[in-house]
Design a protein around this ligand. Structure first.
Ligand SMILES: *Cc1c(COP(=O)(O)O)cnc(C)c1O
Length: 422
């Protein structure tokens, strides 16, 4: 399709968009009395309108039933989290029993590393991408030190090539080969938070496993954004937060995936608690831990119902729309945004450089050569919510659930004004 940088054309795309009606399912912040153009669904997704009712229902059940709510609430609390597993299994390409929802992302990665990072004198290295999200770096370093190794030796980072803004798959595969039988774990962010690159998770997983390592993925920027087939790809484990593309609210619970072949094992090292033991015998309060034969075995505590209620509300929307439709719109709206950027770039003879490679999801990271933070501030003041990363990169993530093609056109116009007014 040939795009046009006009309001009329953008509006026409909106009329043809089968997901357009979902925009009205979300609350938008306002600037100058107008709904914002929201590009930060990769950081904190908007609040679905139906979330309020899910939370109110829990408050009501707690008020009226108190402890009885565990069993007699309309959605009983004792297995509330299992409803999330069903919806999530479709989003990440897993079996429901391979999914659990608990804690937050960094906590879960630590808990999963208890099971899947078991270094020996010979096999102790972890492979990750250079400049991984800081929390992941701290997590890996502290895990390595916990096991008595030196992070400088044990953590192997795959670098980008000089002058390039993305990682090459062949460099990752080569590095896996190189580390070989010293490789204990591959743990990479499936979609990079900075440049928006989507890694070839299937190929990298296969390579890591044939080197004899465990392979896990941090899916913070991938879950609800790109197509995932965790079970089929034979991934050992994965975890993601739910407040980015999954619209579950600030700091909300994280999902985990553990491959079926690791489930139901008593001899797998794991930090354990009562919510991971078999449901049938849990309340007999026996001293012996009998792991549930699902990923819930990693769940230590009874889940925070008030906090996961919004996650369930959001998953209802994902269930209604499906990842396929979301990804179809995403490809088109991101392509349109890219087109608008190029058009504006020519009109103002500025020089934007999109540093996101072809392998991408929702996000375009744009290097604003010659522009400073003032431009970013101008955008924010004029109702465009983006984020800024040093030295001068803005990240634009038009979430297909609630962003419109008209938003992309309007953004282009505001951007142009911002540059001309400089
Ligand atoms: C957002 C993000 C996190 C955040 O971790 P929390 O434990 O939820 O605070 C971690 N890793 C990556 C790659 C992220 O993008």
């Amino acid at each position: 399709m040939t795009f046009q940088n006009s309001l009329e054309f953008a509006q026409r795309l909106d009329t043809q968009d089968s997901l357009a009606k979902y925009r009205n399912e979300f609350h938008f912040p306002k600037v100058n009395g107008k709904e914002v153009i929201y590009f930060t669904g990769n950081s904190l997704g908007l609040q679905p309108k139906r979330t309020q009712k899910f939370v109110d229902d829990v408050m009501k059940d707690w008020r009226e039933l108190a402890v009885e709510g565990h069993f007699y609430a309309e959605k009983p609390w004792w297995d509330y989290h299992e409803q999330l597993a069903k919806g999530l299994s479709k989003v990440v390409g897993a079996k429901p029993e391979e999914i659990s929802v608990m804690n937050t992302l960094t906590v879960n990665l630590h808990l999963l590393m208890v099971s899947f990072y078991r270094p020996t004198k010979k096999r102790f290295k972890i492979l990750c991408e250079e400049k991984a999200f800081p929390s992941d770096q701290y997590m890996l370093q502290s895990q390595v030190r916990f096991h008595g190794f030196d992070p400088k030796e044990a953590i192997v980072e795959v670098k980008k090539r000089d002058g390039e803004h993305f990682w090459r798959k062949e460099d990752i595969l080569l590095k896996i080969d190189e580390v070989g039988d010293e490789l204990a774990l591959v743990l990479i962010g499936g979609v990079n938070y900075y440049n928006g690159q989507v890694f070839d998770m299937q190929t990298i997983t296969r390579a890591g496993k044939s080197a004899g390592a465990f392979v896990g993925w941090d899916l913070a920027h991938a879950a609800g954004n790109v197509a995932l087939k965790l079970h089929e790809w034979d991934v050992d484990f994965a975890a993601w937060c739910s407040y980015k593309y999954m619209n579950s609210g600030p700091g909300n619970a994280s999902g985990i995936f553990v491959h079926e072949k690791h489930l139901g094992k008593k001899d797998l090292p794991r930090f354990e608690g009562w919510w991971g033991t078999k449901k049938e015998t849990r309340f007999l309060m026996q001293p012996e831990f009998d792991p549930i034969e699902t990923a819930d075995a990693w769940q230590l505590s009874n889940p925070p119902i008030l906090s996961i209620a919004p996650y369930l509300a959001s998953l209802e929307l994902f269930d209604e729309v499906g990842m396929e439709a979301l990804i179809t719109k995403q490809k088109k709206i991101v392509a349109y945004l890219e087109f608008v950027l190029h058009e504006i770039d020519q009109e103002v003879t500025s020089s934007f450089e999109i540093i996101t490679p072809e392998e991408r999801g929702c996000q375009l990271s744009v290097f604003l050569h010659g522009e400073g933070k003032a431009l970013f501030d101008y955008l924010m003041k004029n109702g465009v919510i983006t984020d800024w990363r040093e030295p001068n990169v803005i990240r634009l993530a038009p979430a297909p659930f609630y962003c419109s093609y008209t938003d992309m056109y309007n953004f282009g116009q505001i951007l142009k004004q911002g540059i001309l007014n400089r």
